[in-house]
Ligand binder design. Structure first.
Ligand SMILES: Cc1cc2nc3c(=O)[nH]c(=O)nc-3n(C[C@H](O)[C@H](O)[C@H](O)COP(=O)(O)O)c2cc1C
Length: 233
């Protein structure tokens, strides 16, 4: 059984190609899920629409509660951490995290960042001990074999490696850094560009990103499901 945590974070509700003004990242995450499920029939999906229901941003009380050892927590602290605990539980159950993360002002949307802030949790996804020699922080999800797929979209173009706006793209790098910090090292990505132009370059970019998304689903399924490689061939 493979568990996929499917996250969408676009503020736009529908999918491009299916609904007017729909989201490209929702289109790509749905495409990944569809292709993956064709190849691995034993798939369970946990869905979180962070765009429709953004997690609460962390507060002073949240920080106080999270950094209080569980045995010393007061009842109000459990309440403050309840949503974060649920988001962490979902992440811990997942083998694959498929995240739709549009570029908003050069980084991930605030709703996705709020999710990150809620799942990077001391004692649950990372460890910290200031007395520990060498490395006081350590990842708790290392060796869990989790894989991350980041599916993005941008209005402009040229944000890829070696391209004109590479230095302004803080989407994939920041998401990968947070996941690496908690121990998820295997990360893959694909992105659509030219959304603001709406011309044939956008159409080409969508087609290429869809192909890349299919290839990612196939490669990951081939490693997880014994008969998936045969189905792809
Ligand atoms: C609030 C906001 C900020 C944006 N900032 C950028 C940006 O910094 N660079 C860029 O190329 N496109 C930017 N865009 C365009 C989006 O990245 C583009 O429309 C993308 O397709 C959105 O993802 P979605 O289609 O899944 O909704 C922005 C869009 C919005 C709504």
């Amino acid at each position: 059984m493979t568990t996929i945590l499917h996250l969408d974070s676009s503020a736009r509700p529908g999918r491009s190609g299916a609904q007017p003004h729909g989201s490209h990242t929702r289109r790509l995450t749905a495409r990944f899920l569809e292709r993956y499920r064709q190849l691995d029939s034993e798939t369970e999906v946990i869905y979180r629409d962070l765009g429709a229901e953004p997690p609460a941003p962390v507060t002073g009380n949240w920080v106080h509660a999270a950094f209080t050892p569980p045995a010393a927590r007061e009842p109000w602290m459990a309440e403050v951490l309840a949503q974060s605990d649920q988001l962490v539980d979902e992440l811990l159950r997942a083998d694959i995290i498929v995240a739709g993360v549009p570029m908003y002002n050069f980084g991930p949307p605030a709703q996705f960042k709020a999710w990150i802030d809620n799942i990077v949790r001391i004692g649950r996804t990372f460890g910290f001990d200031r007395a520990r020699p060498g490395e006081p922080y350590w990842p708790l999800l290392a060796d869990a074999g989790k894989q991350l797929v980041i599916l993005s979209s941008r209005g402009d173009y040229g944000y890829g490696p070696g391209q004109r706006l590479e230095g302004l793209n803080h989407v994939e790098a920041s998401v990968r850094s947070a996941f690496r910090y908690i121990g998820v090292e295997q990360a893959f990505s694909a992105a659509i560009e030219y959304d603001e132009f709406g011309d044939e370059r956008l159409a080409r970019s969508i087609a290429e990103a869809e192909q890349a998304t299919d290839r990612l689903a196939e490669a990951i399924a081939a490693r997880r499901a014994p008969d998936a490689a045969r189905r792809v061939a």
